[in-house]
Design a protein around this ligand. Sequence first.
Ligand code: GLV
Ligand code: MN
Length: 189
Amino acid sequence: ADPEPLQDFCVADLQSTTTINGKVTSDDFFFSGFTNEANTSSNDFGSFVTPGNVEAFPGLNTLGISMNRVDIAPGGINPPHHHPRASEAGVVVQGQVLVGFVTTAGVYHSRVLAASEMFVIPRGLVHFQLNVGIEKAILITSFNSQLPGSVVAPLALFAAEPSVPDRVLAKSFLVGEDVVRSIKAKFIR
Ligand code: GLV
Ligand code: MN
């Protein structure tokens, strides 16, 4: 997790060097980035994560916390991913969502959650959210890092640039390189 806060606040100035308890306005402490409904059809997963991390909301700088809004179309998925720098606590605001994660011992934990129910994902563990309802799902997630980072498994392995060699993925998933190439082809934008 991030270090404890060293001071009341230190709003990041993304254009220049950071100042210590520098000049601020009230606008630095409020964020309206979650008010818009996200377009869940902009990708084949049918989901969209709107980040409320320090890059989007500089007032979080040094405070060790951040949030996301996650919109998922019916049948859509926020695909398996992990956050290297944070545990995640989330609440379903709308819809019915299968939330699952896998421990380092290979144990899968999951539950279908309805609105107002909460979950937690221990730091670094691979997890996903699948909309199993008939309406659009909305979640608000929170992190004990101002910038938790997100490694999305299918994208990290099959959509990296330059590409991870077909041979590496074929041997790792115990399939032929033709299978690897057909998966990779789906992620070409
Ligand atoms: C959900 O898992 C998120 O990272 O916001
Ligand atoms: Mn997550």
